[in-house]
Design a protein around this ligand. Sequence first.
Ligand code: 6GU
Length: 224
Amino acid sequence: MRIDIITVLPGLLQGPLNESILKRGSQKGVLDINVIDLREYGLGKHKQVDDEAYGGKAGMVMMIEPIANCIGVLQKERTYDEVIYMTPDGKRFDQKTANTLSLKENLLILCGHYKGIDERIREAFITMEISIGDYVLTGGELAAAVVTDAICRLVPGVLNDETSALSDSFQDGLLSPPIYTRPAEFEGMIVPEVLRSGNFKAIEDWEHEQALKRTEDRRPDLLD
Ligand code: 6GU
């Protein structure tokens, strides 16, 4: 899978994308994540990418020309399955969307900044708008990193244990049950007997029961 991310702050994405599992995915050749500096497509001597809003509203707006030029160059190379705009007024990101996007070949993600982007960019280029929650970030970069991480870890070959992504919280609509590792006892706190029983069926039943209980307690909305 290839993900191209357009941003005015490439540095904000380098760290998250070049560490951990995403790095391994890239090294194994199953992921190709590219950060494109929009400034390179900026206008004039100052490489301008934003301007004042029409209508006298405070705050700068990302201009259409640099973004149109940038997307144009990228689209000459390949066809994107989705052109995603990261914005707090987009559709709330969830595991289902991550699953769907993880099946795509090529994604293009545009990070919003300042007051937002010229509305015509949304009309002309954007096929999907994503928010990661009901709060406002200074830009779409951290949100793009979150979305990229959630998508990429579902791509086969990125995680070592391919089944582990399938047993995540949310993947079956439930939160995960409690998990333990050695020692079996620590300062009087004991790992539940059933997990040490070797009885696979009993373990499965216990885990399902615990997952249900945890979901009822913490996220009853997921059960609706
Ligand atoms: Cl995608 N962008 C910004 N700027 N703020 C957000 C967001 C995105 N999602 C939640 N808050």
